[in-house]
Design a binder for this molecule. Structure first.
Ligand SMILES: *[C@@H]1O[C@H](CO)[C@@H](O)[C@H](O)[C@H]1NC(C)=O
Ligand SMILES: *[C@@H]1O[C@H](CO)[C@@H](O)[C@H](O)[C@H]1NC(C)=O
Length: 121
């Protein structure tokens, strides 16, 4: 078994800017994780974006994605907007505690959470 790698990123600082849901979602930033699942050439990565808030849908999840190639993923799941700016699920709501998962086969792209909004009421 080769090494497995996980990138889990939470931006504590950004939380201050996203407390539209009051205490309900304050400490519940979405997470973006990726794990290598294929070790061929090119390697394969499984990406999982999760809404960690149990109360509110999250919308407009932007991810820093470097030079991510649109050719390796369905844009409805992960759309490249510009360099280092990709949007999850077309910006549409990810319900409370829901995950969106997709795989890509390419050399690794670093993915980190950039921006998001909670949608309450
Ligand atoms: C992204 O791709 C462009 C065009 O291929 C290239 O010029 C640039 O160096 C790449 N940037 C990074 C950080 O890989
Ligand atoms: C991603 O790839 C893994 C391993 O090949 C597979 O088990 C999983 O179902 C795939 N996930 C998606 C969302 O296609």
């Amino acid at each position: 078994m080769h090494g497995r790698q996980t990138d889990a990123v939470q931006h504590g600082v950004s939380l201050i800017l996203h407390h539209g849901c009051g205490a309900r979602c304050d400490t519940k930033a979405p997470t973006v994780q990726q794990v290598q699942v294929g070790f061929g050439e090119p390697p394969k990565f499984a990406v999982e974006v999760k809404n960690n808030c149990p109360m509110c849908p999250v919308i407009d999840i932007h991810v820093k994605c470097g030079n991510f190639s649109q050719a390796v993923v369905d844009p409805r799941q992960f759309k490249v907007l510009s360099y280092d700016d990709c949007i999850v699920n077309g910006g549409l709501p990810l319900p409370p505690l829901q995950k969106l998962s997709f795989n890509y086969s390419h050399s690794k792209f670093l993915l980190t959470l950039k921006d998001w909004h909670f949608q309450c009421e």
